[in-house]
Write a new protein. Structure first.
Lengths: 219, 170
């Protein structure tokens, strides 16, 4: 006997799986089949049968699987010596930065985790980040936390087709309440080096001056 | 070692305050019992272990979840998350990633007057419409050894409770 599936409940269930929980069994629920939304991530809805997953669920499983964009992120995996500079504004002196970065894949190659350690103005500084690529949104995503602030900074962006250049955008609130917009540009220099450039714009600024640069050399 | 400061110093970038101390009872290893509702009918249940630890000088709880092996579509489910209090934006913030997807989820919220119930808000893309769907997570601290998390989705027909997790200190 074929089972009709309630598409919204099924998709909700699959979305839930990516939302922090998991199912104990096959998702087969009574209901009516609805016309699928025209979306590149979802193929035509097929009737479920007694045997395996239908094409829709297979598409969702594929969306949850790392792909070529994750391969491009691999350029940042490994052990790195990091040198660079930061400046509060274009007229301020450049503060040198020296440190290390250790990056490895977690959750079966889905996210690149890294730990950054450096000396910032004579004080030890630690930061952790995750880089990922959301296959459903088609979006590069990153989060950052560090020992000198209390926010979880999430940025989003994209990468070039060949993966040698990546850009993320974000915003943060400065202690005085103003919103600062950020742009981070990652450039692959070689298999053993990449560069991260930081740009920031405050309120009323039409351009984003460069406020820092870090060069990662494989060690 | 944590960098505890007085409430008056909380405006300083990076300083810890009382809101961070509220996260301390969540640190440790907890057995988890998960119930998921996908629609009308019986919910699905599963178990796992959640290990939480305070990191970066006590600024964030790091969640590390390993689901017990199961017969579902994700037999070896695992997830990681972070939870902290942003002293500049004055809100709790959380992120979550897991082995079932490739996206990073961000939530922000507040704790209630009792200091034991958090409401965290986020969005998830509704695959039917392609539009963001509001998501609400309620975390309740029962005592030092127990807490719960309930998740709700906002659907066109109303709010729908999709998940509940009971945590008990192992």
């Amino acid at each position: 006997m074929a089972h009709h599936t309630n598409k919204v409940s099924r998709i909700l269930g699959i979305a839930l799986l990516a939302g922090g929980a998991f199912a104990a069994g096959r998702l087969v629920l009574p209901g009516t089949a609805l016309t699928p939304n025209a979306d590149a991530a979802q193929p035509e809805h097929d009737m479920d049968d007694m045997g395996g997953m239908d094409a829709e669920m297979a598409a969702w499983m594929e969306a949850g699987t790392p792909g070529e964009h994750h391969e491009h992120l691999d350029m940042m995996a490994g052990s790195w010596k990091v040198t660079g500079w930061f400046q509060m504004d274009p007229h301020a002196p450049k503060t040198p930065v020296e440190g290390t970065d250790e990056a490895h894949w977690v959750l079966d190659g889905r996210y690149l985790y890294s730990e950054f350690k450096a000396d910032m103005m004579g004080m030890p500084f630690e930061g952790i980040s995750y880089m990922g690529y959301d296959n459903i949104k088609g979006q590069l995503q990153s989060i950052w936390m560090d020992s000198m602030s209390t926010g979880i900074w999430m940025d989003t962006g994209s990468m070039s087709d060949d993966g040698t250049k990546m850009v993320t955008y974000g915003s943060m609130t400065a202690p005085d309440g103003t919103v600062v917009h950020t742009r981070h540009v990652f450039t692959k220099n070689s298999d053993d080096q990449y560069t991260m450039a930081f740009f920031e714009a405050g309120p009323g600024q039409t351009d984003m001056p460069q406020t820092g640069e870090l060069v990662y050399r494989r060690r | 070692m944590t960098d505890q400061q007085t409430a008056g110093d909380c405006a300083a970038m990076g300083a810890l305050c009382d809101e961070h101390a509220r996260l301390a009872p969540f640190a440790g290893t907890f057995k988890s019992r998960v119930t998921m509702w996908m629609g009308p009918g019986e919910p699905m249940t599963s178990t796992g272990t959640m290990t939480n630890r305070l990191i970066l000088g006590g600024r964030f709880i790091e969640h590390d979840y390993t689901g017990d092996p199961n017969l579902g579509p994700f037999p070896e489910f695992a997830g990681k998350g972070y939870w902290g209090y942003n002293t500049i934006d004055k809100r709790y913030e959380g992120v979550w990633i897991d082995s079932a997807g490739t996206w990073i989820q961000f939530e922000q919220g507040q704790v209630d007057a009792t200091g034991t119930e958090w409401t965290m808000l986020g969005t998830m893309t509704n695959p039917e419409t392609g539009k963001p769907m509001n998501k609400r997570s309620v975390v309740r601290l029962i005592d030092n050894d127990h807490h719960t998390m309930e998740m709700y989705f906002e659907m066109p027909e109303g709010e729908f409770k999709c998940m509940e997790i009971k945590y008990e200190r192992a």
